[in-house]
Write a protein that binds this ligand. Structure first.
Ligand SMILES: Cc1cc2nc3c(=O)[nH]c(=O)nc-3n(C[C@H](O)[C@H](O)[C@H](O)COP(=O)(O)OP(=O)(O)OC[C@H]3O[C@@H](n4cnc5c(N)ncnc54)[C@H](O)[C@@H]3O)c2cc1C
Length: 499
């Protein structure tokens, strides 16, 4: 009788690791793969969920899909030829990320169901002492891939918790709740809502969509990728690379031509979006409710071909008034009207700084990360932080994108971290961290570029901004410019501490 081999699990390290990565989404997996390819095997990725995938493990709501073409929303060093659509759905992306573990032999480097609860820099031993809910770990280098769109932003609506029916956030979809024939409320009209609403509208009894601000929506043009095309990409990788290149440069051109500012391109895109609305919504009253009162690009531009049509269905109501409170059986509006509901979905997005700020990370001389970020959430080149030696962030402050795939940013950052690790080895360094001066210089340049950006000048408030209205989420330029700024680390920007 052949014995079933025991599943391979990461052994718990009993000595300091070379590299500890927190989170197994795109960021953590990319870091782990490139570490191993660079000869760093003394590596562990800790992931609090029971599976890898991050965003794509968690967001299983109906209609969940990427809004960047799948070939571009994949790691350049781990391509996939057989995406079944232009914009892949969540199951396909989650499967892709799970497959990376096997494809790159990472199983023994990934500890699932392990949450990091704190990390303290031990200057005397030049290592990070990391607390997890499975026990302590030590590592010379700590890399955060904890994700920005991870902690739900729960709106402060009076009476939220008095609602007696099922209530859940899109990122924690309760698949046990049957929606057929039910009265369902969806709060929010961002990227998740515009995917959820068309997906559930045909099956629910009534759907009330609560809108605070209408989004700009442009055509999506999603298509299935047929077997012939997939076979072509498999046999002829150059064809897939060419398509990815076209998709990349089309988006880069948008940023280069002024997508990040109020420009001629803004006016053109606004005209295209208004045309899309006119073509899909005949009712002038509904159209008026759907007209955004700010410039296109100020908030995330949404792509959809079925959102507007869903809102014209007889069983769907767009409620554009202000919510007063929730009651046990529904939502009451400021004008006193009431929407009785059976189920309420919060499509209210995420608290972008919560992942890192919620974990106590203590750097040199007892500096607490949440306090270092008291003035402004910031990082040197979006990756490293003065006062926090041997600590790197992937998809850190101001490195998200409004126009292109963030996977490109993650890859650039991973290479930057690898360059730092190589320098540490070559010069036999105990520690590396950016100088406060270099970080302040970088931040000043960033702020100068952001101040004229569409996110600040476009007449809206968005989740890109902190409480003081500063954009802490997005990179104000092209991916090419960001890559260039990371390509050759300038060692004069760092404090290099010899072993
Ligand atoms: C619905 C949705 C659609 C999106 N679509 C696109 C798109 O089309 N194009 C695009 O460019 N971007 C998109 N994004 C942004 C997306 O988040 C990023 O593209 C990418 O998935 C981020 O990967 P990540 O690994 O940095 O973070 P995440 O995927 O968030 O992964 C972070 C991981 O860290 C783990 N973690 C967090 N804290 C701890 C802890 N204390 N201890 C241990 N583990 C921890 C989490 O469990 C999670 O697995 C989308 C986001 C959402 C929510």
């Amino acid at each position: 009788m052949t014995e079933t081999p025991a599943p391979q699990v990461a052994p718990w390290p009993d000595k300091p690791l070379a590299v500890l990565v927190i989170g197994a989404g795109f960021s953590g997996l990319a870091m782990a793969i490139r570490c191993r390819q660079s000869g760093i095997d003394d590596l562990l990725v800790v992931e609090k969920a029971g599976a890898v995938g991050g965003t794509w493990h968690e967001n299983t709501y109906p209609g969940a899909a990427c809004d960047i073409p799948a070939h571009l929303y994949a790691l350049s060093f781990a391509p996939k030829s057989d995406w079944t659509r232009t914009y892949a759905g969540q199951p396909e992306i989650a499967a892709y990320l799970r497959e990376l573990v096997e494809r790159f032999d990472l199983t023994k480097h990934v500890a699932l169901s392990t949450a990091v609860t704190g990390a303290v820099w031990d200057g005397a031993r030049a290592l990070w002492r990391v607390e997890t809910d499975r026990g302590p770990l030590e590592a010379r280098v700590l890399v955060s891939g904890m994700g920005a769109l991870h902690h739900p932003a729960v709106p402060a609506i009076p009476g939220l918790h008095t609602f007696l029916g099922p209530l859940f956030h899109t990122s924690a979809w309760d698949h046990g709740v049957a929606l057929q024939g039910k009265r369902v409320g969806v709060i929010g009209t961002g990227a998740s809502a515009i995917q959820v609403v068309p997906a559930i509208a045909p099956e629910v009894g009534r759907l009330v969509l609560f809108q605070r601000t209408p989004p700009w929506v442009v055509p999506r043009n999603d298509r299935p990728t047929g077997p012939r095309m997939r076979a072509l990409f498999r046999r002829l990788p150059v064809a897939r690379r060419a398509l990815r290149g076209v998709q990349f440069w089309l988006r880069e051109a948008q940023a280069a031509l002024g997508f990040t500012r109020v420009s001629g391109l803004t006016r053109l895109a606004e005209a295209a979006s208004r045309r899309h609305l006119r073509q899909q919504v005949a009712d002038p009253a509904l159209r008026a409710k759907l007209a955004p009162p700010y410039r296109l690009g100020c908030k995330r531009v949404l792509i959809s071909d079925d959102y507007y049509p869903a809102l014209t269905r007889p069983n769907v109501t767009l409620e554009a008034g202000a919510i007063r409170n929730l009651t046990p059986d529904g939502v009451t509006m400021m004008d006193g009207s009431h929407h009785p509901l059976d189920v309420l979905v919060l499509a209210t997005g995420f608290d972008v700084t919560a992942s890192l700020a919620r974990v106590p990370v203590v750097g040199r001389d007892g500096l607490i990360l949440a306090r270092a970020w008291g003035e402004r959430v910031a990082a040197h080149r979006g990756v490293a932080l003065a006062g926090f030696p041997n600590f790197f962030m992937l998809l850190g402050p101001n490195t998200g994108l409004g126009h292109n795939s963030v996977v490109l940013m993650i890859e650039a950052q991973v290479e930057y971290v690898l360059a730092c690790l190589a320098e540490m080895r070559a010069r036999k360094l105990a520690a590396i961290e950016p100088t406060p001066e270099a970080q302040a210089r970088y931040l000043a340049e960033l702020e100068a570029r952001l101040s004229g950006s569409i996110w600040q000048q476009g007449g809206c408030a968005s989740w890109y901004q902190d409480a003081a209205g500063r954009n802490i989420a997005l990179w104000p330029g092209t991916v090419v410019a960001y890559r260039r700024s990371l390509r050759e680390p300038d060692w004069s920007e760092f404090v290099l501490t010899p072993a």
